[in-house]
Design a protein around this ligand. Structure first.
Ligand code: ATP
Length: 220
């Protein structure tokens, strides 16, 4: 069904090495809560020495594509992989704005820890010109924002995540219990010859097995 209001697009970055059900549940729940028309997963480029041995950026991307195929409103956006080094978030946002126009609502999802580190991000004060921020918070977490973010929170917080208005500029919080799954755990299982079945979608598991990924013991 088409909507009269501007499209609302969420952005969920990560290395997705590999993508797993923790990412996917969180993405889906957030999309529902925010009423997103699309939630784009953006696999991040990494410096070559930080890549997992024998698993390329293209393979990480392929797994995210398999995991999200046919799962509206999840989508994949591979713009950060079109460069061979990590992108600054501001560059990604500028690229999206140039493509999508000024009226689309962009909502960048960030974990609480990442949010607390916001003042160290490159050109961080410009981020909210391009997007809203949805901060993912655990229900049981302590929440003491750093001094540098207090004014921003006082001026820009919106209590109801579905009530973000305008194309950019507001901050909201989403309380979510993450599933106890990490990509590190999945890589470790595979390196030990054990199965990550049910921690990743079957299509991702089949891809991992077909390409014999993550068999080597981890070095990082
Ligand atoms: P690794 O174990 O390799 O560090 P990861 O599982 O944490 O990886 P990332 O690709 O680094 O996955 O994470 C991308 C985003 O997903 C981050 O914002 C991270 O906080 C979030 N995330 C990771 N695991 C979960 C989970 N189980 N539930 C919800 N969100 C998650």
């Amino acid at each position: 069904m088409s909507k009269a209001s501007p499209r609302r697009i969420g952005l969920f970055g990560g290395t997705f090495d590999p993508v797993h059900i923790g990412h996917l549940r969180s993405a889906l729940e957030t999309a529902e809560l925010l009423g997103l028309d699309e939630l784009r997963l953006l696999p991040a480029a990494r410096p070559p020495h930080r890549e997992t041995p024998q698993v390329s950026a293209q393979q990480r991307l392929a797994m995210v594509e398999l995991a999200t195929a046919g799962v509206a409103p999840l989508r994949v956006d591979d713009r950060e992989l079109q460069r061979d080094k990590p992108s600054y978030t501001i560059d990604t946002l500028e690229s999206l704005r140039a493509e999508l126009g000024k009226d689309v609502q962009l909502v960048l999802l960030v974990g609480w820890d990442a949010f607390c580190g916001l003042p160290t991000w490159y050109r961080w004060e410009e981020l909210l010109q391009h997007c809203h921020l949805a901060v993912l918070q655990r229900p049981d977490a302590d929440m003491e924002a750093p001094e540098a973010l207090r004014d921003l929170l006082a001026a820009r917080s919106v209590a109801d995540p579905s009530a973000l208005s305008g194309a950019a500029g507001q901050v909201t919080f989403i309380w979510q219990t993450p599933l106890a799954v990490s990509a590190t755990q999945i890589r470790a299982l595979l390196a030990q010859g054990r199965s990550p079945r049910f921690l990743v979608p079957d299509a991702v598991l089949n891809y991992i097995e077909a390409h014999e990924l993550y068999r080597a013991p981890q070095t990082n």
